[in-house]
Design a protein around this ligand. Structure first.
Ligand code: BG6
Length: 611
């Protein structure tokens, strides 16, 4: 995933482009670049590294002053994060200047054709075919030329394009990949995401497939590929700047961890009655489908969203007594077994832009499967495509490591499990009253857990001190949570953390347990407690350093471990949310104490728009 920005107006473009890019660097931060026009000529600057590095370069060696330009921050997909592969990308004579997010799927075919025509390629990117095609088909008018070339490009991408022959124009394109036009006072913007525009304008138009945005001094035109002008229905952004500001936190990750009680309140708002669950966004789903008639229910996602899906699977299949499957999106796209309209696909994606997950949606639709999306972006790509969408309403999540996305996704999956159980009169019906009662308390319990964890984080964090690797173990829902805890430690503290089913350690991995090896043992599932305690004793018999995460009052666990992290007790199905808090804060602590940029971990991006 990368970030694109554009600006045209009465102010100096460079500071505005750089400021907008800093709000998009969660989309990728391997390199950054800008192209600025003073209406006579265009100059470019690109640097590897973060936006700050580009800014420093421009301070030391300024480029021309201008009121029009485009910018880009990159997550390297095709081609290493080098200056050559940094955007903007041009043809060899720099006649066309392009910034690109997404993937040109047919770039190799286009590239070999262009090479056979004598075009010289200098980058490893898929993007580079675009400026060369624009040269090949140049009509002398950049808008007309873009309209000719666009149908040749296959894939999902957003583009901003400038032409040296028309230095007063910026073209914006969106094909299955977000690009927004922002309307200011005698100025206009392009951005991959609302976040970058909030301090400049709240009046936007998301460019749709088949549209072209043409920005010129004093005018913005939205046109069809055929060239007909469209009058866009401008939309006012609902989010507030505060949603995106750090406030008094050091990092977005900590802010978003601490926001979870409020985020969970928003997730539950209007969906919990005294005795039941209501999800009006699924009214038409239940009119058209009988859940008990589905032969397969498959939960598909990536990363942390996949881990929340695993929690949902375990809860849903127990309550419905129907087997629920899970699949990593990238695997589902290539292997999924028999699919048809009797297979319900639940697709989870915080960003709604993850290419693997969008491809999984396409695959599901190829077989006529109904799809329900669980996403944090009510107007994201996934929400636009899915048959039904449940929004987590968690508010913007800008740290690359997902935290409130995880706990709010699980909460939606619990609500869905309850609704499905009621619709099918599943065996889990008798658990619904307790779940409802405790869901009402959930934000408060999470608040309590945040306080308890912060008070005990020093002891808890000993498990990661001076360590490069550690294990997490658990049974049932605790095992699935251990997978998420391990991912957090990998992403944020670059630790080699591995999660194992507690009962599985003795079948091989125990060979790695030597005195002092750190293990986090999750024991929050009462009905599995005895067996988990046996597994902890097996580890202690080999002098592992074990930190237990268990519910207040469970003295048996605290007696056999080296350190214990107590958390409030809740319904077993809600414990993965409660117990996620210490694991999130542990990762945050372990990453910051090592001096890492926890919001922007190396090699990662908030959502990957390439497969
Ligand atoms: C990864 C992110 O790129 O994508 C993870 O680093 C995230 O934090 C995963 O969980 C899935 O993203 P999404 O937006 O589809 O939930």
């Amino acid at each position: 995933m990368s970030g694109i920005v554009g600006y045209i107006g009465n102010s100096s473009a460079q500071p505005i482009l750089l400021d907008c890019l800093t709000h998009l660097d969660y989309r990728g931060y391997d390199s950054a670049g800008v192209a600025i026009s003073n209406l006579e000529k265009i100059e470019l600057r690109k640097e590897t590294g973060r936006i700050e590095d580009l800014d420093a370069s421009l301070q030391i060696d300024p480029i021309l002053e201008g009121h029009l330009g485009i910018g880009h921050t990159r997550w390297a997909s095709h081609g290493a994060p080098t200056i050559l592969n940094a955007h903007p990308i041009t043809d060899e004579k720099e006649r066309f200047i392009v910034v690109h997010n997404g993937i040109i799927e047919n770039y190799l075919k286009l590239k070999s054709h262009l090479i056979s025509q004598g075009y010289l390629f200098v980058t490893d990117t898929d993007t580079e075919v675009i400026p060369h095609l624009l040269v090949e088909y140049d009509t002398g008018d950049v808008e007309e030329t873009v309209r000719k070339v666009l149908p040749m490009l296959k894939g999902s991408f957003a583009l901003a394009i400038m032409s040296r022959n028309q230095p007063d124009t910026i073209i914006g394109i969106s094909q299955e990949n977000p690009l927004i036009v922002g309307f200011g006072n005698n100025e206009a913007f392009l951005s991959s995401d609302i976040a970058a525009l909030l301090s400049y304008t709240k009046e936007i138009h998301p460019i749709k497939n088949g549209e072209i945005a043409v920005l010129r001094p004093g005018e913005v035109k939205i046109k069809t590929i055929a060239g007909d002008t469209i009058h866009p229905k401008k939309r006012i952004i609902e989010w507030h700047e505060d949603d995106f500001s750090l406030q008094d936190y050091d990092h977005y990750m900590l802010k978003e961890i601490m926001e979870q009680p409020a985020a969970l309140k928003n997730t539950l708002k209007g969906r919990l009655t005294e005795t039941g669950v209501q999800l009006p966004e699924l009214d038409s789903f239940f009119e058209e489908h009988d859940v008990s008639q589905f032969r397969r229910i498959i939960i598909v996602a990536n990363g942390t969203s996949y881990h929340s899906g695993l929690i949902g699977k375990k809860v849903m299949e127990t309550m419905l007594d129907i087997p629920i499957e899970t699949a990593v999106s990238s695997e589902f796209c290539c292997e999924h077994g028999p699919l048809n309209e009797k297979a319900l696909i639940l697709i989870i994606s915080q960003s709604g832009e993850t290419a693997d997950t969008l491809s999984a949606w396409s695959e599901a639709k190829r077989y006529g499967c109904p799809t329900i999306a669980i996403t944090n972006k009510r107007r994201g790509n996934l929400a636009r495509k899915a048959d039904y969408t449940i929004c987590t309403n968690a508010g913007p999540e800008l740290a690359v490591p997902a935290t409130k996305a995880y706990t709010t996704q699980i909460t939606v999956l619990l609500l869905l499990s309850i609704l499905f159980t009621e619709k099918t009169q599943g065996p889990g019906l008798n658990r619904v009253p307790d779940m409802i009662k405790e869901l009402h308390q959930l934000p408060e319990e999470v608040d309590k857990t945040l306080i308890m964890t912060q008070d005990a984080i020093d002891q808890f964090a000993q498990v990661t001190e001076d360590q490069q690797s550690l294990f997490l173990i658990g049974r049932g829902l605790d095992y699935v949570l251990a997978l998420e805890g391990a991912l957090k430690l990998q992403e944020v503290a670059y630790l080699h953390a591995d999660a194992y089913a507690a009962g599985e350690m003795k079948h091989g991995t125990m060979a790695l347990i030597t005195p002092g090896v750190p293990v986090i043992a999750l024991s929050t599932q009462k009905h599995l407690r005895e067996k988990t305690i046996n597994n902890i004793k097996e580890l202690k018999a080999r002098d592992a350093f074990v930190v237990g995460v268990t519910t207040i009052g469970d003295d048996e666990v605290s007696e056999i471990v080296d350190e214990v992290m107590y958390i409030p007790e809740a319904h077993p199905y809600l414990m993965p949310i409660i117990a996620a808090i210490p694991l999130q804060l542990l990762a945050y602590y372990a990453g910051t104490v090592r001096g890492y940029n926890v919001d922007r971990p190396r090699n990662l991006a908030k959502s990957l728009t390439v497969e």
